[in-house]
Design a protein around this ligand. Structure first.
Ligand code: FES
Length: 109
């Protein structure tokens, strides 16, 4: 079992350093939910299907992330508060090369 460290800034601007397991097939949205860093019902609304953008986050570190899928691209094209570094948290799976990742939750829309 191996955990990685991830820094997540919540919607109130508070930073949290959390451990995320890489052996449970979790994505970033599920990590945020498991630490209750956003109120229930405000993140992960579509269950991680790239269909709601409630899990949007800004990636501040320069980790090489997997390419966006067409679904993620299409969802971000419709979402609010989208920036250059926006990604859907539910599409980012926890892998060892993401150790030290720094993200910020996008505002609720
Ligand atoms: S949880 Fe709906 S897009 Fe990520």
């Amino acid at each position: 079992m191996s955990d990685i460290k991830i820094k997540i800034k919540d919607r109130e601007g508070v930073s949290h350093e959390v451990d995320a397991p890489t052996d449970m097939n979790m994505n970033l949205m599920e990590v945020v939910r498991s630490y209750e860093l956003a109120p229930e019902g405000t993140i992960g609304v579509c269950g991680g299907m790239a269909m709601c953008a409630s899990c949007q986050c800004y990636v501040h570190s320069d980790h090489a992330l997997p390419e966006k899928s067409d679904d993620e691209d299409a969802m971000l094209a419709e979402a609010f508060y989208v920036e250059e570094n926006s990604r859907l948290g539910c599409q980012i799976h926890m892998t060892e090369d993401l150790d030290g990742l720094e993200v910020e939750l996008a505002p609720e829309s």
